[in-house]
Design a protein around this ligand. Structure first.
Ligand code: ZN
Ligand code: ZN
Ligand code: ZN
Ligand code: ZN
Ligand code: ZN
Length: 211
């Protein structure tokens, strides 16, 4: 494994779990032995959709919450669907779509980012954030919500679950089979079938792709 691969794999596995300090090689080994098997069992699949509809967006590590922290900055490893933010008082991860590079606008004309954690606008009397743009699925954005599913629930609904991966905060991404040499190392039997060429740095964009 070269240095770049090792560094990249470390960050995918550990994510934001231990803050900024780097684990020692021994701590890292312990972390992998303790956390990774649980994570592979308890992964949450996260998507943004209208109840009962298709997954309009698949949430990935870099997807932005209403609290302005990314998915990876929330608790993501647990079967209880607790996605509390680790950096603020946000109680659950709630995806807010953007309009291109701009934050989306509420019906009050202010940006989604002008609304506080309780969805109250800080610039006017609006108390419920309604993002009005129409999603490609035909429904207004505000009718969508962030849905969390366990692997069993996904399977029962006939939805793809991808391969079990050791990485943190994978959310709804399931097309990782060819992503990393790291993946192959974790699972030597790894399928090489449905290959999608992703560079490590494009993980964020991949949340917009459908697998
Ligand atoms: Zn949040
Ligand atoms: Zn937060
Ligand atoms: Zn508003
Ligand atoms: Zn407003
Ligand atoms: Zn939609």
């Amino acid at each position: 494994m070269n240095h770049v691969d090792a560094y990249w794999e470390y960050h995918k596995v550990v994510g934001d779990e231990v803050g900024d300090k780097l684990l020692t090689p021994q701590q890292y080994e312990e972390y992998k032995q303790k956390v990774v098997p649980e994570r592979m069992k308890n992964r949450l699949y996260v998507s943004w959709r209208v109840e009962g509809g298709i997954d309009c967006e698949l949430i990935g590590p870099e997807s932005m919450c209403h609290c302005q922290h990314r998915y990876r900055q929330h608790h993501t490893d647990n079967p209880d669907k607790n996605t509390k933010c680790k950096h603020c008082r946000c109680k659950k991860f709630e995806y807010v779509p953007k309009m291109g590079s701009q934050p989306a606008r509420c019906k009050c004309k202010h940006y989604s980012t002008d609304h506080d954690l309780k969805k109250t606008c800080t610039k006017c009397a609006c108390t419920s954030m309604h993002i009005t743009f129409t999603c490609p699925c035909g429904n207004a954005a505000y009718l969508h919500s962030t849905c969390l599913e366990t692997k069993d629930e996904r399977l029962a609904a006939g939805k793809p679950v991808g391969k079990d991966v050791p990485y943190a905060a994978m959310g709804g991404l399931t097309g990782f089979s060819s992503l990393a040499p790291g993946y192959m190392r974790f699972d030597p039997s790894g399928a090489r079938g449905d290959t999608v060429d992703l560079e490590p740095h494009s993980v964020a964009q991949s949340s917009r792709q459908r697998f």
